[in-house]
Ligand binder design. Structure first.
Ligand SMILES: Nc1ncnc2c1ncn2[C@@H]1O[C@H](COP(=O)(O)OP(=O)(O)OP(=O)(O)O)[C@@H](O)[C@H]1O
Length: 240
C-alpha cells in the first residue's frame, strides 16, 4: 500500500504538487494519468525518495520514505521514465549488483535472470554494456532488476513506452500477476488504451491536484455524457 498524505512540492516557488492525497491499495493495478506537466513524475520521484517532499508524508507499506528510507526502499521496485542508468555496467554486472544489494541467493538469482531475460529476448545481450542497449532494452534490464528482488510494491513511470508488442504484452502480464498475488502496482501512462485494458483503478491529476480516483466504471458513471475514456479524460483535464 502507498499512502500519500497532503503532499505539496514547489519548484522555485511554483507549486507543482498541491496538497495531494492518494491511497494505492494492495492487490490492485492503479494507473496514474494526467497531461504533460501535470506532476506525475514529480509525485513518483517523491514516493521513491529521489526528490524531497516540501510538506506532507508518503509511506510505502507503512514505512515513511523520508523518515525510514532504508526500510521503505526495500519494499518497492522502480522503473523510471528515463532508464538511462548504470550505462558503464554490462547487463549481467547490473543484475548482479542488484542481486548483491538485496542479498538474493545465487541459485534464485541465476534462475530469475535466465528466465526473465530470455522472456524479454535480452539474454544474449547480458555481456554487453548497457550503454549499447536501445531504450526498450534498457527498460527491460531495469524491469529484470525489479523482478530479481521481487518487492511487494512496483512503481513504474511510463513503462510501456518504447517496448515492442511482445515485451509490452509480457510486462502487462507480469503487472497483472503481481497485483493478483496481493501486491501493489502503480504506473503512469499516456496510453489510455493500455489503461483501459489493464487497470483496476485510475488516479487522474492536473496541475498537481487530484481530479479523480476510482474505478473506470465509477469514472464513466460520473461522466455519463462522454462515450470513451479519451473524451472523459480530455474534458476533465481541459484548461480552456
Ligand atoms: N527539477 C525540476 N525543476 C523545476 N521544475 C520542475 C522540475 N521537475 C519538474 N518540474 C516541473 O514540474 C511540473 C511537473 O512536471 P512532471 O515531470 O512531474 O510532469 P509529468 O506529469 O510527469 O509530465 P509528462 O507527462 O510530460 O512526463 C512541470 O511544469 C515541470 O516543468
Amino acid at each position: 500500500m502507498i499512502e500519500i498524505k497532503n503532499v505539496t512540492k514547489s519548484f522555485s516557488s511554483r507549486r507543482t504538487i498541491d496538497h495531494l492525497n492518494l491511497t494505492i491499495p494492495h492487490g490492485k493495478i492503479v494507473g496514474f494519468l494526467g497531461p504533460n506537466g501535470a506532476g506525475k513524475s514529480t509525485t513518483i520521484k517523491m514516493m521513491t525518495g529521489i526528490l524531497p517532499i516540501d510538506e506532507g508524508t508518503i509511506t510505502l507499506n507503512g514505512y515513511d520514505i523520508e523518515k525510514q528510507p532504508m526500510e521503505a526502499k526495500k519494499t518497492f521496485g522502480l522503473v523510471p521514465d528515463h532508464p538511462d542508468m548504470f550505462l558503464r555496467l554490462k547487463g549481467m554486472e547490473y543484475l548482479n549488483f542488484i542481486g548483491d544489494i538485496f542479498n538474493i541467493p545465487s541459485d534464485i538469482r541465476k534462475e530469475r535472470i535466465e528466465r526473465v531475460t530470455k522472456q524479454f529476448s535480452i539474454y544474449t545481450a547480458l555481456n554487453d554494456y548497457i550503454q549499447t542497449y536501445s531504450h526498450g532494452m534498457r527498460q527491460k534490464i531495469i524491469v529484470t532488476g525489479v523482478l530479481l528482488h521481487d518487492p511487494p510494491i512496483w512503481i513504474l513511470d511510463e513503462p510501456l513506452t518504447g517496448l515492442d508488442p511482445k515485451s509490452s504484452y509480457l510486462l502487462k502480464e507480469m503487472l497483472r500477476e503481481h497485483a493478483e498475488k496481493g501486491n501493489t502496482v502503480f504506473f503512469s501512462s499516456h496510453g489510455l488504451e493500455v489503461v483501459e485494458q489493464l487497470v483496476d483503478e485510475v488516479a487522474i491529476i492536473n496541475h498537481g491536484k487530484l481530479l479523480f480516483y476510482g474505478t473506470l466504471q465509477e469514472l464513466r458513471e460520473q461522466n455519463p455524457s462522454n462515450d470513451s475514456l479519451e473524451e472523459v479524460f480530455l474534458e476533465m483535464t481541459n484548461d480552456a
